[in-house]
Design a protein around this ligand. Structure first.
Ligand SMILES: [Zn+2]
Length: 290
């Protein structure tokens, strides 16, 4: 019998007449190939070693039984890289995802989020081939345009923010001499995280939920509201630690700026005790935030 040669990629594809096709398991594939030569062969694997490193080759002897006779078939497995996977670790990219935020924590969380998402797409040949860090953001060079645009939208749905894609005519391809279009996706994420207190429209607001709509809690009015990030002009209020100085007739704390006892503008969810340490923000009065 003729030996069986299989070039496979670790993403479950093998090379068949110059095309990469998917397989379920390598053993199934070997059986299929042997039965192409001898349709009713009973195939037995004694040892089956699969090469793990790129370009590595291993020959296995496989028993094929037919017409009551055993034949040893040489099965050569070669570890290759399919067209998709061969893009990993090169300078190939179709899109740049540019993520910006003034908040370090937001940037760290968003990059972790994206890396996890792209890791799950390895099988589809999607990779981050380069990461560039900046003071207020990072650029990711990704091998797939469509995925990058979807990632931009997902990022905004999770962290809030704005995403805008702009096509880019880059260069002529050396192989096909066709124009190559690349996409830039710019995502501006908020500078705040859940639990931050922001000032917008002269209101003191706690960030309760991030996403397509930002859910805020108006501390003065004791009510919730939802806004589009694009319509939000804000700045973050700094939290200070201070002490409760009076309970009756009204709740008072020490103002962290002038150390005077001042009336609290909002109704905290739990009434604190005298002398208790609390966090406050100050804007035309003092608000207890937690
Ligand atoms: Zn592959």
């Amino acid at each position: 019998m003729k030996p069986v040669n299989i070039t496979f990629c670790s993403c479950n594809k093998y090379l068949e007449k110059n095309q990469w096709k998917t397989y379920k398991t390598l053993k199934d594939l070997v059986v299929k190939k042997i039965r192409k030569q001898v349709p009713k062969a009973k195939v037995t694997f004694i040892h089956f070693h699969v090469p793990e490193n790129h370009k590595e080759k291993i020959t296995n002897d496989v028993l094929a039984e037919f017409k009551n006779r055993e034949h040893v078939v040489e099965v050569v497995l070669k570890h290759g890289k399919c067209t998709m996977c061969s893009k990993e670790g090169t300078d190939y990219f179709e899109a740049v995802l540019q993520v910006r935020s003034t908040n370090y924590k937001v940037l760290e969380e968003s990059i972790e989020f994206l890396k996890r998402k792209v890791d799950n797409l390895r099988q589809k040949g999607v990779f981050i081939n380069k990461v560039q860090r900046f003071e207020h953001g990072y650029d990711l060079y990704i091998t797939n345009k469509r995925v990058t645009q979807a990632l931009g939208r997902e990022l905004c749905d999770t962290f809030g923010g704005l995403s805008r894609a702009s096509p880019h005519l880059q260069t002529k391809s050396r192989q096909t001499s066709k124009n190559v279009y690349r996409v830039n996706v710019m995502v501006k994420l908020p500078g705040f995280v859940k639990g931050d207190i922001i000032l917008a429209n002269d209101k003191v607001l706690r960030v309760d939920k991030l996403g397509k709509k930002i859910k805020l809690f108006d501390l003065r009015r004791n009510s919730s509201l939802s806004v589009d990030y694009s319509k939000l002009q804000y700045h973050i209020l700094k939290k200070h630690s201070t002490y409760v100085s009076r309970l009756y007739p009204a709740l008072e704390v020490i103002n962290p700026y002038d150390y005077q006892s001042s009336m609290v503008k909002n109704k905290p969810a739990e009434r604190p005790e005298l002398g208790q340490e609390v966090n406050v923000v100050v804007h035309k009065g003092v608000y207890i935030v937690d």
